[in-house]
Design a protein around this ligand. Structure first.
Ligand code: MN
Length: 333
């Protein structure tokens, strides 16, 4: 069996201030913890290869200490002699911050349309990909893909590693189907074992048919919840198992590993009051009912009540173990 660990959208740096002015529970560590957990699992289970589908960091400009911390962990992992391949996502502005660490012999960045080859367990593995194309993937895919595979020798296991929205991918309540930024299934190539992509934060697998083969499109989703839309989603990563048969290698199993996440809760305040004590009591009562490690998204659209929701009050009512943020007011029309 040949094993590949695939994860994406680690968004390192979310809620991770370098010099926090306020001592409240942040989510930054959660993101780093899950990132570390995936790499530890890969090392301990002697995975043959690790793939990252992009959005390694949470935005294109990341403070140096965050970059250093993330790369230190990756460098330690790479010392296990397990190759790590990453495709830059939209948050990397399609180029990851450069660092001497990234010159490690086992760290490979698909910084331009190209293919990396690895030999593991007697199989030649080809990882083909290109950095996120922000606008117009539908028009550009054909030539970018051709560039990525130009002159390639044949391989036993062929994987396409992307950071794009692919037709049929879903987020809560919505399926992407058409549009210039959606990659149509019919454009995806034949002869591949799987298409692996980051970008969509919901873990999912769907299929396309090409040349009498049913090929999976696999999104591992993000490793932590980055928005309230992901409130009910499980977070994790995929482990892909390949087996050699007489004439070829097959993807025989895809296993989703769930990562621990703090529960995310939406708390709506609909009471109209101008009395801070009333609001304070209500908040304390509501928060005491929740899992004390929750990430709470507080919503309030009653102008009078909302005025009372100042930073000081929120800080005072929030238990130390919780993370609470106030949702912006939703403007209709
Ligand atoms: Mn992302």
């Amino acid at each position: 069996m040949l094993k590949i660990v695939f994860f994406a959208d680690t968004h390192l740096g979310v809620d991770h201030p370098i010099n926090p002015r306020m001592n409240r529970r942040r989510r930054g560590k959660d993101f780093f913890d899950n990132y570390q957990k995936v790499l530890s699992y890969a090392a301990e289970s002697q995975t043959d290869l690790v793939l990252h589908g992009g959005d390694f960091f949470f935005r294109s400009k990341v403070p140096a200490p965050i970059v250093d911390k993330a790369y230190d962990i990756l460098y330690d992992f790479a010392e296990n002699e397990i190759p790590f391949v990453i495709v830059p996502g939209n948050h990397e502005r399609s180029v990851l911050p450069t660092s001497i660490l990234m010159n490690h012999r086992n760290i490979h960045i698909l910084g331009e349309p190209s293919t990396f080859f690895f030999e593991k367990k007697n199989a030649i593995i080809a990882i083909t990909g290109f950095p996120n194309i922000r606008n117009g993937i539908r028009l550009q895919f054909e030539h970018v893909f051709a560039e990525a595979i130009e002159g390639n020798p044949d391989a036993d296991i062929k994987l396409l590693l992307l950071h794009q929205t692919i037709q049929e991918s879903q987020i809560k309540g919505y399926t992407f189907r058409y549009g210039s930024d959606v990659l149509p299934l019919k454009m995806l190539p034949s002869g591949y074992h799987a298409v692996l992509s980051g970008h969509i934060h919901r873990a999912q697998i769907f299929y396309y048919d090409k040349a009498e083969n049913r090929i999976p499109v696999i999104y591992p989703g993000s490793t932590e919840r980055t928005s309230i839309v992901e409130i009910s989603e499980e977070k994790g990563f995929y482990e892909l198992l390949f087996k050699e048969y007489e004439t070829d290698w097959k993807l025989v199993k895809t296993k989703f590993h769930v990562l621990p996440t703090r529960s995310m809760v939406r708390l709506d305040i609909t009471l109209l009051t101008e009395d801070e004590r009333v609001l304070r009591n209500l908040l304390e009562a509501e928060l005491s009912k929740l899992d004390q490690n929750s990430v709470v998204r507080l919503r309030c659209e009653i102008p009078e009540t909302r005025k009372l929701l100042r930073a000081k009050l929120l800080r005072e009512v929030t238990p130390e173990t919780m993370t609470l943020t106030l949702a912006p007011i939703y403007r209709r029309g």
